[in-house]
Design a protein around this ligand. Structure first.
Ligand code: AMP
Length: 326
């Protein structure tokens, strides 16, 4: 099944002279690594083709992977192929000019709710889209070229989206594909130094989280950070959002949530869990994602409390019907 899809994607790529690659809003390691990695593979493999990756978003934490391409005239999009990576729904595509392209191909590992491509290669059991691109490369090695730079992009997304190879989607295939990327000579010292570096202010922010986090009756741990607090602590929205990882290992707290206020007063929700699936909660509150890692948006403190109550009820039910959790 996936072999046929991959073959038809390769045929599409070979058919078009101009290709644009797209990723999701709120860029992360996987959408950045997979788009940059695929762009590099296509440039190495088809030097005569024009391959663009245009995105106005910036991320401090991913800046070490380098800049994307400068914007180009709208006319260039017309007649081109759009390859959209790691993006479950079309409204989450960051560069809206994908609409100007002639055809769209979707390559993704999120729960499939929106088949917006002419070809939709979606494998929700894959730990990352980077893993899918590594698989794509390995399948067509005789036609495609890879180098250390492309491998570094893909490995970065594999490492970050799998929680450093910790999540349940990680299987033998993940490790074999990661191993095949390492064979290209990735500088893992530099990569991990970039991934783990923290600023003084972000450590002070962690202290704020630990002081202000709350826990519901059945063990949902959560915290809220207002816009004013983000400014006072001198942290970017990206750093504020990354705070979710500060509360991920609390015993008996199988669901944990960060509520981060945006400039427009809406509140970004980052929902995480172990053992228990809670993506349906993300979906209920204008979001979605994966079984144990999803996102949502709420528009008031009241809605925030309702979401916590739903998560608490989910956790109560889970604890009553399952044993062996931590
Ligand atoms: P985040 O907390 O933003 O890192 O989101 C966790 C996962 O859920 C990521 O894979 C996101 O791509 C996905 N996700 C976040 N928000 C949404 C949304 N509104 N709709 C669909 N998927 C989402």
């Amino acid at each position: 099944m996936s072999l046929n899809l991959m073959q038809s994607i390769l045929n599409k790529i070979e058919e078009y002279n101009r290709i644009f690659i797209f990723r999701h809003i709120r860029m992360d390691g996987d959408c950045t690594g997979s788009t940059k990695g695929l762009k590099r593979i296509l440039q190495l493999s088809y030097p005569q083709k024009e391959i663009y990756l245009i995105d106005e978003q910036r991320s401090d934490f991913l800046a070490f992977l380098g800049e994307d391409d400068a914007p180009v005239a709208d006319e260039l999009y017309a007649g081109a192929l759009a390859l959209v990576l790691d993006t479950g729904t079309s409204d989450r595509i960051s560069n809206k000019k994908y609409r100007l392209c002639k055809e769209i191909v979707k390559i993704d590992h999120h729960i499939p709710v929106d088949d917006y491509g002419v070809i939709n290669w979606v494998e929700e059991n894959r730990s990352s889209t980077c893993e899918m691109i590594a698989y794509f490369y390995n399948t067509f090695k005789d036609r495609l070229k890879m180098d250390a730079q492309a491998a570094t992009y893909l490995y970065t997304g594999m490492v970050t989206d799998s929680g450093r190879f910790r999540f349940r989607e990680v299987d033998g295939d993940t490790m074999r594909l990661a191993g095949s990327l390492l064979d290209f000579g990735i500088d893992v010292d530099t990569l991990y130094a970039n991934l783990y570096m923290q600023s003084f202010d972000s450590l002070k922010y962690k202290a704020y989280i630990y002081k202000n986090m709350k826990i519901s009756e059945n063990g949902v741990c959560y915290f809220y950070v207002s816009n004013a607090t983000q400014k006072k602590l001198n942290i970017s929205r990206e750093e504020a959002s990354a705070g979710i990882s500060a509360i991920e290992n609390i015993k008996d707290s199988l669901i944990w949530i960060a509520f981060i206020e945006n400039d427009d007063k809406s509140i970004r929700v980052r929902l995480r869990s172990r053992f228990v699936t809670c993506s349906e909660i993300g979906e209920k509150y204008h979001g979605g994602g994966h079984a144990c890692a999803s996102g949502a948006t709420v528009y008031s403190k009241k809605e925030m409390e309702a979401l916590v109550a739903d998560a608490d009820a989910r956790l109560k039910e889970y604890k009553e019907t399952h044993g062996g959790w931590l």
